[in-house]
Design a protein around this ligand. Structure first.
Ligand code: CAA
Ligand code: NAD
Length: 402
């Protein structure tokens, strides 16, 4: 099915970015939110993204206006009778999403695809509330949507092959890299990213290093931004929701750092409202150190910090995901580079493991387990690989062949 017209529901951080991506590819899109103020804010964000390009000489004013003419705001469902795909980017709440999809079914055409940009909610559960689960799919963009190349394509249990193919082709037409991922909590990238981000928050609350040093260590490693800065960009509220879903699925190793909940209680939600781990405006609010002091059972006293403390759990979760068949080793690496900016010269977490040695990864994880606890427990596949001589580049074989 060719997609001629799209709708995006939710004009917040992600929805506005997704609408810009769609108009940039030349397709008309309706951007719907709950009230006119939210719609106007979303449209202003789309314009701001284009205006940046104009300011940098990457497009002309008139080209910008042509693109802006493709996006129309809405607070209701008028105009939905001829949309071919709806992408939902509303609050991360399953009941709210289910209700929305039910409502959309009655106003959209028979063949319409219903895609969710959920970070971690089960697609099959969203689809179960609809009459056409074959048309429901996960289409997971990464923040900032106009920049990050990855789209995770996540079929639910009832999603048809035709819907999967249509969404893969549509994603390519948006000049993105679609990667098909097996449905599981956190899908692929958030499942690998959250242990990494969470460990930064644990190290901070334990007093291992101040926020800026933690971030600087990971930028030195080659990540495009520090983990605590990234938490602020994603949103503390979104991160807490995702963490809870991961904990529900994977148990103790995915327990969210307590400081995240303190930040959320103090309404420090990240860049979107002026403060998270860092402050982005001059408003008076509860200090980060006061919130850290409120955390009970902070963790290991006199804990030590290194970039490895964050990178190793990311590699470990990549190995567990590989074991479970969530995605291939190649796709895991491409997804982490395209979705999070994992350094290209290291080739993704699994190529990086091969570079430094699978045996080294195993022994690092064993040391981290002793020092910080069982959340670092090595994936069984790592032990099997080491015993079998799959040590990475130096042995000519590891996650890849050399
Ligand atoms: N919207 C649109 N464009 C943006 C943007 C935004 N919010 N932020 C930056 N850009 C553009 C800039 O305009 C610039 O464009 P040009 O190349 O055309 O000049 C380009 O991106 C680079 O920006 P900067 O030079 O300002 O800064 P940078 O090089 O440090 O890049 C970044 C910024 C792209 C955000 C980079 O730091 C990065 O890749 N960070 C990692 C982001 C990440 O991990 N995202 C995934 C989060 S997890 C998620 O999204 C899933 C979930 O479910 C929670
Ligand atoms: P946000 O809070 O910035 O925006 C959500 C928008 O949805 C708000 O403008 C809100 O008014 C609107 N909304 C809520 N219920 C609605 C309804 N019933 N109808 C119409 N509009 C409604 O949130 P966000 O960060 O853009 O996240 C949106 C979705 O994308 C979530 O599922 C989130 O998990 C996912 N996601 C977020 C990120 C991220 O980094 N923030 C990345 C990828 C995916």
């Amino acid at each position: 099915m060719y997609i001629y017209k799209a709708a995006v529901i939710g004009a917040g951080t992600m929805g506005a970015g997704i609408a810009q991506v769609i108009t940039y590819s030349g397709l008309p899109v309706i951007l719907r939110d709950m009230n006119q103020e939210a719609v106007d804010r979303g449209l202003a964000t789309v314009r701001k993204i284009y205006q940046n390009r104009v300011d940098k000489g990457k497009m002309t004013e008139s080209e910008m206006e042509q693109k802006m003419a493709l996006v129309s705001g809405a607070t209701d469902n008028s105009g939905f009778s001829d949309v071919d795909i709806v992408i939902e980017a509303i609050y991360e709440d399953i009941a709210v999403k289910q209700k929305l999809f039910q409502e959309l079914e009655s106003v959209c055409p028979e063949g319409c695809i219903f895609a969710s940009n959920t970070s971690s909610l089960p697609i099959s559960a969203i689809a179960s509330a609809t009459k056409k689960p074959d048309k429901v799919i996960g289409m997971h963009f990464f923040n900032p949507a106009p920049v990050m190349k990855l789209i995770e394509v996540i079929p639910g249990l009832g999603t048809s092959d035709e819907t999967i193919d249509d969404v893969v082709l549509f994603s390519e037409s948006l000049r993105k890299i679609p990667i098909r991922v097996q449905e599981c909590a956190g899908f692929l990238v958030n499942r690998l990213l959250m242990p990494y981000l969470n460990e930064a928050a644990i190290a901070l609350q334990e007093g291992a290093e101040p926020a800026k040093s933690i971030d600087a260590a990971l930028v030195d490693f080659g990540m495009p931004m520090g983990p605590l800065t990234l938490f602020d960009m994603v949103g503390i509220d979104v991160s807490v929701k995702v963490s809870d879903i991961l904990h529900d699925a994977y148990g103790p190793r995915a327990t969210a750092a307590a400081i995240l909940r303190e930040l959320e209680k103090a309404n420090r939600l990240g860049t979107k409202n002026g403060a998270g781990f860092y402050e982005y405006d001059d408003e008076k609010r509860e200090d980060l150190q006061i919130l850290i002091d409120k955390v009970e059972n902070k963790g290991v006293e006199k804990s030590e910090f290194s970039a490895n403390r964050l990178i190793m759990p990311m590699i470990n979760e990549a190995v567990i995901s590989l074991q479970e068949g969530v995605a291939s080793a190649e796709d895991i690496d491409i997804a982490m580079m395209a979705g999070t900016g994992f350094p290209q010269d290291k080739g993704g977490p699994l190529h990086y493991a091969d570079q430094i040695g699978v045996d080294v990864v195993l022994s690092e994880l064993e040391s981290l387990t002793k020092a910080h606890g069982e959340r670092f427990w090595p994936a069984p596949m790592l032990k099997r690989m080491v015993l079998g001589g799959y040590l990475g580049e130096k042995a000519g074989k590891g996650f890849f062949h050399y």
